[in-house]
Design a protein around this ligand. Structure first.
Ligand code: ADP
Ligand code: MG
Length: 684
């Protein structure tokens, strides 16, 4: 691989290297894999008489007369130049780019690229990209736009990329074995990488993207599978065959299990009673009743003389499980020792709990990440459950299961994932689905409103609050950064507090708050001390306030459908009719269609399938933790067929050549080890 320090690349040097490092680029290889977020098509030169308002285009113009420079404010300079071709004139305006003044020479030819403004038949471009025709390097091409920060300009990075490709093109080796490349009609990696940055045309760009998608996905898939098999030793697991306690539980709860719950319990029972460790994922929509299924399994483990644990991603969620379990146990008059452990458990108490776990005096332990710390040891762990596992990485999952001699593993998730993707994302897990809701639930009514009608929605919230209910308002999703998201939530909170909701109690919740602060706000909301909770998507998981009946999502068009569905699941948890209001600021038909899907169905699996069709698989990968950046996956993998093919390829490879031996696999293996360098991977 091109493991060469980026600093030594022509045109980089120490100070630019620092900036590149901040974007996670350390080697030439990293650089070449930093793909553009979009492109500009500069292949055709437009004539001035063809221009129209808002057109983004490339012109070839002669500077008509000496440009004029002026200062409008202390910190603002302005250069005005007139460009001309055979068909007309255009004004070129540059703000704060004084260095250009000497470079704009009368009667010389330049390429300019930018947005055209048309005013009464006069054309203007403000701050266009400008290059001297003799020095041009971007004109007549499709040029890359990179995601940038840290004071690096797009021009700088484009030039660096160009140099890197010139100097190292022939050193770019294939990662995929030839047999795969030819079977799936992929192109050599060097051509793919080059065309990802500087596409020659649309066709070769598609092929390049396809090639890179196969490569990235296969690396990820093989890596995940290898981690999973490394984590699972060859030793047999336990046999859990006694189900008296759990059956007593079922007979004493005040409701009848749904058919789906019974089926899943059956599947779990079968797994548990085998010697082979269970590895099962239970997918079920919010409210489908996963908890009782989990408690069933916990009690089965205890009945056969083992300990069992259940881990949740937030303290609130873990605490809720703890309370529920205690309640169920007392209903069924079952006496076992249940404890709770989280980051905020006091030192002294924690020490006691750890001691008891080790001695086997605690049967069931419920908790958060604290459960996977190194000092947590069990006497005889038989079952490990993680709830809402999409918040946990493969690695954390593995660490919990390694806390004993091959315990059974049960994972609960409320994120419905289409089957095709689940096969890949969860590799060798068996999958159970609870696809039926307990009877008698009121359906949450979903309405879509235009941005201009927000006020009506606010009025509706007020009416509900006046009747004693509570509401959530979710601030727009800001993909690029959690900080921006926080700003947007804070701004909306301040704004609503001083306008529409000045007479109501408003709360604010966001991901940057400390856990204790978050809990405080959620508790206040729970106790009814807050009427309306303004929040980022942190409330997606684990907040359960039955009195809240409205979920209002601002800029709903920015969210994935599955995510909106998840948010909607926060309401409709009590006896009151609930509402989900999606504010759609987009005018596109596509976005209106997407919103309609949510209005028309409450079934998470249907929604997930639709999301997959409309947005591609990227979003689903986004909820997982793995070595690939969210960007890479979302932008490159937009084809389900590729995901399926890769799943197939990886199975075949692991069957034919599980150690990835031979020269054809050398680079692939290196890439896998590189991507998962913090994990233990054994190929066998
Ligand atoms: P989730 O799948 O989101 O974890 P829960 O297990 O929290 O769902 O269940 C949601 C609610 O439904 C709980 O109050 C639970 O007691 C109730 N519930 C679960 N199963 C049934 C059932 N078969 N019939 C009626 N209510 C049920
Ligand atoms: Mg749950």
């Amino acid at each position: 691989m091109l493991d060469i320090n980026i600093q030594y690349l022509k045109g980089v040097g120490p100070s630019r290297a620092v900036k590149l490092n901040k974007l996670n680029m350390y080697t030439v290889e990293d650089l070449l894999n930093y793909f553009p977020v979009k492109y500009e098509d500069r292949r055709t030169v437009k004539m001035i008489n063809e221009l129209s308002d808002n057109l983004k285009c490339l012109l070839k113009v002669k500077i008509f007369e000496k440009p004029k420079k002026s200062k409008i404010k202390k910190n603002m300079s302005i250069i005005k130049a007139i460009g001309k071709d055979e068909t007309g004139f255009i004004t070129l305006t540059f703000f704060n780019q004084e260095f250009l003044f000497d470079k704009l020479v009368e009667d010389e030819m330049y390429y300019v690229f930018g947005d055209v403004k048309a005013n009464y038949g006069k054309f203007e471009m403000t701050n266009p990209d400008i290059e001297h025709c003799q020095k041009d390097w971007k004109a007549n091409k499709i040029t890359p736009i990179y995601g940038l920060t840290y004071g690096l300009t797009n021009n700088e990075l484009t030039k660096i990329m160009k140099t890197a490709l010139e100097d190292y093109f022939n050193k770019i080796e294939n990662v995929l074995p030839d047999s795969i490349s030819s079977e799936y009609k992929l192109i050599p990696r060097k051509n793919a990488i080059k065309n990802m940055h500087f596409p020659e045309n649309g066709k070769i760009y598609s092929l390049s993207k396809k090639t890179i998608a196969y490569e990235k996905l296969l690396i990820m898939q093989l890596g995940l599978t290898a981690i999973k098999s490394s984590l699972r030793s060859k030793l047999p697991g336990n046999e859990i065959k006694i189900f008296n306690m759990p059956d007593r539980l079922i007979n004493s709860i005040p409701y009848k299990l749904t058919g789906a719950q019974l089926n899943v319990i059956d599947e779990i029972k079968k797994d548990m009673s085998l010697q082979k460790p269970m590895n099962r994922l239970v997918q079920g929509d919010v409210g489908s009743g996963k908890t009782v299924v989990a408690i069933y399994a916990l009690l089965a483990a205890i009945d056969s003389g083992y300990q069992a644990s259940m881990m949740a991603p937030t303290e609130i969620l873990a605490m809720q499980h703890y309370e529920t379990i205690k309640e169920y146990l007392s209903l069924a008059d079952i006496h076992v020792n249940v404890s709770f452990l989280s980051g905020s458990t006091k030192q002294k108490e924690k020490k006691e709990i750890l001691e008891k776990l080790k001695n086997g005096k605690i049967d069931i332990i419920i908790g958060t990440h604290a459960l996977i710390e190194d000092n947590v040891e069990f006497n005889k762990i038989g079952l490990v459950i993680t709830d809402e596992q999409h918040r946990f990485g493969v690695r954390q999952r593995g660490r919990l299961s390694n806390k004993g001699n091959n315990p059974d593993i049960l994972i609960m998730t409320a994120t419905p994932i289409p089957r095709t993707l689940a096969l890949m994302l969860y590799g060798d897990l068996d999958i159970s689905i609870i696809d039926e809701m307990p009877p008698g639930r009121q359906k949450t009514i979903t309405n879509i409103v235009k941005g201009s009608n927000k006020e009506e929605a606010y009025e509706f919230i007020k009416k509900q609050v006046d009747e004693g209910r509570q509401a959530y308002i979710v601030a727009p999703l800001v993909e690029e950064s959690e900080n921006l998201e926080l700003d947007s939530a804070t701004k909306i909170f301040e704004e609503l507090k001083s306008t529409y909701f000045s007479n109501y109690k408003l709360g604010l919740l966001h991901g940057k708050m400390k856990n204790t602060e978050k809990e405080q706000v959620i508790n206040q909301f729970y106790e009814g001390k807050i009427n309306v909770l303004v929040s980022t998507t942190v409330i997606e998981v684990g907040v359960n306030v039955p009195n809240s009946t409205i979920m209002l999502v601002l800029n709903a068009e920015r969210f994935g459908l599955a995510q909106l569905h998840q948010l909607r699941g926060r309401v409709g948890r009590g006896k009151f009719q609930s509402y989900c209001i999606l504010v759609n600021e987009s005018k596109s038909k596509k976005s209106a269609d997407r919103m309609k899907i949510l209005k028309n169905t409450n079934n998470g699996f249907i929604i997930a399938e639709e999301d997959l069709k409309l947005r591609g698989p990227g979003d689903f990968f986004g909820t997982q933790q793995h070595g690939l950046s969210k960007y890479e996956i979302q932008n490159i993998v937009n084809d389900v067929d590729i995901v399926q093919n890769v799943h197939h390829i990886s199975k075949k490879i692991l069957m034919d050549n599980p150690r990835l031996e031979g020269n054809g696999y050398k680079n692939l293996k290196t890439e896998i080890l590189n991507l998962f360098k913090d994990e233990t991977i054994v190929f066998n």
